[in-house]
Design a protein around this ligand. Structure first.
Ligand SMILES: [Zn+2]
Length: 199
């Protein structure tokens, strides 16, 4: 990490500012487009890791702090749905993938103990109580770890995600395997991913 950072500073100056761990997350919060989420997929042996980042607008239809019991309920329900990975993203059955671990969070900028510099800066720039009006965008994040008994048969994935979450229109999908990295756009109109030859 230190080597990369140093080389980067020498080569490109300011462009390196986004490199340190965590910086990218700060940039992305507030930079998302409603309807558009991201799904990163990495296959390593039998282990299939997936990371979802979705605007609150896509998942529950709002991004402000939950102010009513109904809104809190909506967030709790959404987290439960997001935890059920195989009901959202269905790998080809022949790959025999099972969910091992899951972690779901709401990055809403109002979590206790938040130390995000970007948020602190926004608060400092706006009078008390107006930080939210500065265009903060809450996101749901989910991390999944699956084990696939026959990973070479993972030739497709179906996205039930779009049926579960009415506000979601598109996912930018990146797939990383020992063979390399591929990028896709999976849309509501065609909710499937062809992984032939990639795994
Ligand atoms: Zn937003």
């Amino acid at each position: 990490m230190r080597t990369v950072w140093t080389a980067c500073v020498l080569a490109a100056g300011l462009a390196c500012a986004a490199l340190p761990a965590g910086a990218e997350e700060h940039r992305q919060l507030g930079a998302h487009v409603h309807g558009h989420g991201r799904l990163n997929i990495a296959m390593d042996g039998k282990k299939l890791l997936m990371g979802l980042e979705a605007p609150g607008a896509d998942i529950v239809g709002f991004e402000h702090e939950a102010g009513t019991p109904e809104q809190r309920e909506a967030i709790a329900e959404a987290k439960a749905k997001l935890a059920n990975a195989l009901a959202l993203f269905q790998p080809e059955a022949k790959a025999r993938c099972e969910l091992e671990q899951v972690k779901v969070s709401l990055e809403d900028g109002h979590e206790e103990g938040s130390g995000h510099e970007a948020k602190d800066a926004a608060k400092a720039a706006a009078p008390a109580g107006q930080a939210q009006a500065a265009g903060r965008h809450a996101e749901f994040h989910a991390e999944y770890e699956l084990i696939c008994q026959t990973p070479q048969k993972l030739t497709s994935m179906t996205f039930e995600y779009f049926n579960v979450f009415a506000g979601a229109q598109e996912l930018d999908v990146t797939v990383v395997t020992p063979k390399g990295q591929s990028s896709f756009e999976v849309k509501r109109e065609k909710p499937s991913l062809d992984l032939t030859g990639i795994m």
